[in-house]
Design a protein around this ligand. Structure first.
Ligand SMILES: [Zn+2]
Length: 251
């Protein structure tokens, strides 16, 4: 006798093989899998799951599924509160991300929006998963096999293919509209920028920058200087438009 799995909230889109929406999926449980293993056998990375019911009771990933059991799995429901613990994963201390190379441009956009984004293209999958776990970060990737690793607690399988839409996807999922602070963070190294007097950096500025700009910020970690400019203002408007609550609700 098999066990039955029902998928809700977008998880129906994730299994590798086609499944009729809303229909229970029957799966063999002869090997006595955990709830987590049973769902991952369908190709669903565990970080995508927001809530689990086993025979109607809310459970963690750990219980063993027996013959005749009914598992209901719900996708992450926005806005996901990363600072609150659930049966499935502990709370994070802060909203922070670790970005995989397959969504590398998203790292720059997160930083541009003022969000904390770790990015190190030199790390392999294990190194990245370990860094995310140790630093308490949400792992953002398009690689299911990376997100299925046991090391990963908080993660998201990025759906959008354009970087700016990936940013909007992350902002919507975690309800980050109120946390955006464009151009408060260094695009190169992720450190927070500090205001700096024009006189202090005058010798490093090009003549036109000296002439037209009076407000400067500096990254104390990598020494890069930032100032308002047309490119920056255009990007700020784009960020705010794409990630506004009105855009999120489709109005
Ligand atoms: Zn920097």
């Amino acid at each position: 006798m098999p066990a039955y799995v029902v998928l809700h909230n977008g998880l129906q889109e994730l299994p590798r093989r086609w499944l009729a929406h809303g229909q229970p999926i029957s799966l063999s449980v002869l090997r006595r899998p955990s709830v987590k293993d049973l769902l991952e056998s369908l190709g669903i990375p565990h970080p995508e799951i927001g809530r689990l019911l086993l025979n109607g009771c809310e459970v963690s990933f750990a219980p063993v599924v027996e013959e005749g059991d009914r598992v209901e799995a719900f996708g992450q429901q926005p806005p996901v509160d990363l600072l609150a613990a659930s049966l499935l994963r502990p709370a994070l201390n802060a909203v922070r991300f670790a970005v995989d190379v397959n969504v590398g441009k998203l790292a720059s956009l997160l930083r541009m929006a003022g969000l904390d984004a770790f990015y190190d293209p030199g790390l392999d999958d294990v190194g990245l998963a370990e860094a995310a776990r140790q630093q308490g970060r949400v792992l953002l990737s398009r690689d299911r096999s990376l997100l299925r690793r046991n090391l990963v607690q908080h993660g998201h399988l990025v759906r959008a293919s354009r970087p700016i839409e990936q940013l909007a996807e992350v902002v919507r999922l975690y309800g980050l509209h109120d946390r955006l602070a464009p151009f408060s963070r260094c695009l190169i190294c992720n450190s927070l920028l500090q205001p700096v007097d024009k006189a202090t950096v005058l010798h490093r500025l090009q003549p036109l920058t000296r002439k037209y700009y009076d407000s400067f910020r500096i990254c104390r970690a990598c020494d890069k200087i930032y100032w308002p400019g047309t490119h920056r203002e255009r990007m700020a408007r784009l960020l705010l438009a794409l990630t506004s609550p009105a855009a999120a609700s489709g109005r």
